[in-house]
Every structure is written in C-alpha cells, then in structure tokens.
Design a protein around this ligand. Structure first.
Ligand SMILES: [Zn+2]
Ligand SMILES: [Zn+2]
Length: 261
C-alpha cells in the first residue's frame, strides 16, 4: 500500500493501523485510522487545510467512526466529511458552539502560518472556520468503542482541554495520546481554557498504564516508546515537588518531553 498525496503523508503502522500526517504545516499533526472487522475509527481529522476523507476512502470501505481526542481546530478539520462523530461530553459544547473567547482571527493566523508545502486551491485562510456541529455520540471515561475484533477503551484525560481523551487499542496495545503527551515541542497547558492540575493528574493516569506497547501522539514525532511513561511518572512527581503546577510557571523540560504552564 503506497499512497502518494500532495498534502497528507500516510504511514502504515501495521496491516490495520495507519497514521495520516500533515508534515507541511508547523503543527505536524497526526490523525490515525484504526481498522476493525466491522468498522474503522478515525482518531481526529486533522487541520482541515485539505480533505482527509480522500485518504481514508483509499484505505477502507468500512463505515468510519470519528473519535475526537479534543475539540481544537487542528484536530477537527475534516469532521464535516463524516457522519458518525464521537466526542467526550466535556468538550461537546465546544464542538457545537466553538470555544468562547478564542478569536477566529487567531485560529486563521495559526492555520495559515509556517506552511512549507503547497496548499490545495480549496484552502483559503481568510474564510477558514473550524468545524461546528452536533456530535453523534458522547464519550465518557471507561467507555468502549467496538470496531469488531478490535476494542478501543476511552480514558478521560482533561487538562489540555476539559474533555480531552486518550484511546487505548486493546488489540495492538497502542495508546493514542492526542495533545496530552507528545514529544518535540512543549505540551500546551498555558491557555486560559487549560487546567495544569488536571493535566498532571491525567499524565499520572496514563503513566500507570502497564499494557502499553507503543504511544502515538497528536503532533511531531509519530511513534513513542512505551518507556516514555516511566519518564512521565517521574515528571509528575517532580512537577508537584517543585510546586509549579499552575499557569504562568513557564516551560518545564524533561528528558524526552516538556510541558508549558
Ligand atoms: Zn490541542
Ligand atoms: Zn493539537
């Protein structure tokens, strides 16, 4: 399977798991397609600069359930192309009505800057609007999304957003961490809408997961070794010990990742 595409980079993680990445944009966003026996899950839908459905159509004919790690513009870009959309209940209002206090001009600026490859003709940053719509289903902590011979467990991991979730694929033992955990650039918990205490609690929650084989985040490096969770555990202890778990304390660097409060 080789997909040549002007905007997206498709990487085959294994026979039934694909990463769909947007390396031409400074945010280096990853979405993931997980194929089961009866349906497929698309974890996030990217920036919306180009149409991710063009890619998923080539990878599967199964019905697709979109699972939203959280409602930020860079993760819901192509939601409008899909019929079934799940989101955690605590982010559902943002999906329906947008994020209060976040100016559209700011979103457009961030969407249009530092792009290193040609964008499609259909992308116009001046009229770009993040997806808004009614979700098909609401997710809660411990929920299971069944794809047929492949079950996904939902972990509520607030902090970066109130309804942020991580997704554990029990078949392959992959943990999809969205914007709770990635390497390369700081994890963002400095916006007014973020909650540093919740974020650290959420990091502690995933650090305790024993069955994880690989970690896949929402940005930058595609694949992270499960040993990163040991480092997360130490970081949680260190952040609390230093008493810096609040807005305004800046960037806190660890060996493989960093957090900005
Ligand atoms: Zn985010
Ligand atoms: Zn993001």
């Amino acid at each position: 399977m080789q997909i040549k595409d002007a905007w997206f980079t498709v990487e085959k993680i294994d026979d039934i798991t694909f990463a769909i990445s947007e390396y031409g944009h400074w945010e280096q966003v990853h979405s993931y397609l997980l194929i089961g026996a009866e349906s497929a899950a698309l974890i996030d839908t990217g920036l919306g600069i180009d149409h991710i459905k063009r890619i998923t159509d080539q990878l599967t004919k199964l019905p697709i359930i979109v699972i939203t790690t959280h409602v930020h513009a860079d993760h819901i870009g192509s939601h409008d192309a899909f019929e079934t959309i799940y989101v955690h209940e605590a982010d559902a209002d943002w999906l329906k009505h947008g994020i209060k206090g976040l100016p559209l001009e700011q979103i457009r600026k961030d969407m249009a800057r530092n792009i290193t490859i040609p964008v499609p003709d259909t992308f116009n940053p001046n009229i770009y609007k993040p997806y808004q719509g009614e979700p098909t289903g609401l997710l809660g902590d411990g929920d299971i999304v069944e794809l047929g011979e492949r079950s996904l467990i939902i972990y509520h991991t607030p902090g970066h957003s109130p309804g942020h979730i991580c997704i554990f694929d029990t078949k392959k033992r992959y943990l999809f961490t969205g914007d709770l955990l990635y390497t390369g650039t700081p994890i963002y918990a400095f916006y007014p809408s973020t909650n540093p205490i919740d974020l650290v609690n959420s990091l502690e929650k995933i650090a305790g997961m024993k069955a994880v084989a690989k970690i896949y985040g929402g940005h930058n490096d595609l694949e992270m070794d499960a040993s990163l969770l040991d480092e997360v555990q130490e970081a949680v202890i260190e952040l609390r010990k230093q008493d810096v778990v609040r807005h305004g304390t800046g960037i806190h660097r660890f060996h493989r990742f960093s957090v900005q409060f």
